[in-house]
Design a protein around this ligand. Structure first.
Ligand code: SME
Length: 138
């Protein structure tokens, strides 16, 4: 990608590529900490629009990752009690935190319509993606 392409547009393209290329990645998006607030704000994404553009820390899978700083793999979203449903077609979710200089500044969030599709390979891959994104942001 050329240097003059803004970060927002790059992340948008990245979401679209991931959603198109991996058959069980049905919704791919980034959430970022919203300024100094204890909440996440939706950034670039690919897939169906979601009502959940703001998520308080602690709420849902995303809000829990904002606090835990850990990957969260959910093989069956219906088995989770602290879960925010974006679409009834979603069966599974993976959220991987995004660190810049050791600080959790956001996350990549992927929903799948396939039950239990995510493996350790997805975790390693998305950690790599986030490292590349962190480099873009610094
Ligand atoms: N399911 C998420 C909310 C975001 S949507 O998946 C896009 C959660 O429980 O945090």
């Amino acid at each position: 990608l050329k240097a003059e392409i803004p970060v927002e547009a790059r992340l948008q393209k990245l979401c679209e590529l991931l959603q198109e290329e991996v058959d069980y990645y049905d919704w791919v998006g980034f959430y970022f900490r919203n300024g100094n607030k204890e909440e996440l704000k939706l950034g670039p994404y690919a897939g169906e629009p979601t009502d959940h553009t703001i998520i308080p820390f602690g709420k849902g899978i995303c809000g829990q990752v904002a606090v835990s700083n850990q990957n969260f793999v959910v093989p069956d979203v219906n088995a989770q009690d602290n879960y925010i449903a974006c679409s009834i077609t979603v069966k599974a979710e993976i959220v991987v935190p995004l660190f810049v200089n050791g600080e959790n500044i956001g996350q990549i969030d992927i929903d799948s319509n396939t039950p239990d599709p995510f493996t350790a390979e997805d975790e390693r891959f998305l950690e790599f993606v986030n490292e590349e994104v962190a480099a873009l942001l610094t």
